[in-house]
Design a binder for this molecule. Structure first.
Ligand SMILES: C[S@@+](CC[C@H](N)C(=O)[O-])C[C@H]1O[C@@H](n2cnc3c(N)ncnc32)[C@H](O)[C@@H]1O
Length: 299
């Protein structure tokens, strides 16, 4: 399949760079960070990942999960994102909160060049980031590289919206959020090629009227269903350890859940062929030593 032509402002980096100054307002950053902190704490417990373990958040956006990881004692904690403007917001949050996390600009299909080591304990890819990989081959490439980043037995957590339900019911509206005078409408177009046009309409209200210009930005998503994600994960050396329907750890219900969270474990020692780059090498010794020391203390 050839890649569909995508105008530069429809690519994820154009879409998210354009909205970066308002993203935190749209999602409610402080609440998101509080939810992220609870999720990360419980995840560490359930996956038996001790403090001091290395963690990476892919498609980190303005940094809520990477900051929650660092704040919970994961070290080093990295965030990777393709949109420079989103990362500069993440760095601002880190400085304001006094949290040490490292934010790297890059593509989640080019991880070996960005994070050229292996032995990470936990990889997150949350907040519906994976559907931005509109080519299934890129989803596979990224999963293979996540596998290459993780130590054997390490955990990966993937979150998408529940596209099985969304497609079955043809649910166009994703959300309508208001913060003060700002209103954000997120909605889909169901395209003939199976992709979704993901639209964001931003309105600034002034005395009951929409201030001109009202802006509409669009990017493309591939609505991966549960089965597609699970098959891709299994093909790249992961076992499905759990399926959750919310960040509160409720079980996934295909008919009702808003979201699908797959908790994966890296099963094989060997990297699936052709997925991780030749540069992958063990995590820096200092990082490993830190993890061992801390786990001894906590054990
Ligand atoms: C919906 S936002 C989610 C942000 C964050 N995970 C959260 O939950 O708040 C999706 C993020 O994925 C990033 N992204 C999309 N495609 C990407 C790619 N190929 N490589 C790296 N980041 C990507 C976007 O720039 C954006 O910041």
């Amino acid at each position: 399949m050839t890649a569909p032509h995508i105008a530069p402002d429809m690519r994820p980096q154009g879409f998210y760079n354009a909205m970066a100054s308002r993203y935190d307002r749209m999602v409610g950053f402080e609440n998101r960070l509080a939810t992220a902190r609870e999720f990360v704490r419980e995840l560490g417990r359930r996956t038996d990942t001790p403090r001091g373990s290395a963690a990476v958040d892919l498609g980190c956006g303005t940094g809520a999960y990477a900051l929650a990881l660092a704040g919970d004692g994961f070290s080093p904690a990295w965030g990777v994102d393709i949109a420079a403007e989103m990362l500069s917001k993440a760095r601002e949050h880190a400085a304001r909160l006094g949290i040490r996390a490292t934010f790297v600009e890059g593509d989640l299909t080019a991880l070996p060049a960005l994070l050229p080591w292996a032995g990470t304990d936990l990889v997150l890819c949350l907040g519906n980031t994976l559907p931005h990989l509109i080519e299934p081959a890129d989803l596979g490439r990224s999963l293979g590289q996540m596998h290459g980043l993780l130590r054997p037995g390490g955990a990966a957590v993937l979150q998408t919206l529940n596209y099985g339900r969304i497609l079955a019911r043809r649910e166009r509206v994703v959300s309508i959020d208001r913060d003060g005078d700002w209103e954000f409408l997120r909605f889909y177009d169901f395209l003939d090629n199976g992709l979704l046009g993901f639209n964001l309409l931003t309105i600034e209200w002034r005395q009951g009227r929409a201030r001109e210009p009202v802006t509409l930005t669009t990017t493309l998503l591939r609505p991966y269903r549960q089965q597609e994600l699970e098959e891709a994960a299994a093909a790249h050396g992961f076992r499905i350890a759990d399926r959750l329907g919310s960040l509160g750890f409720s079980p996934f219900d295909p008919a009702e859940s808003d979201t699908l969270i797959l908790l994966l474990r890296r099963i094989s020692r060997d990297r699936p062929s052709g997925t991780a780059g030749p540069t992958a090498r063990p995590m820096p010794a200092r990082t490993r030593a830190l993890r061992v020391r801390r786990s001894v203390v906590s054990g």
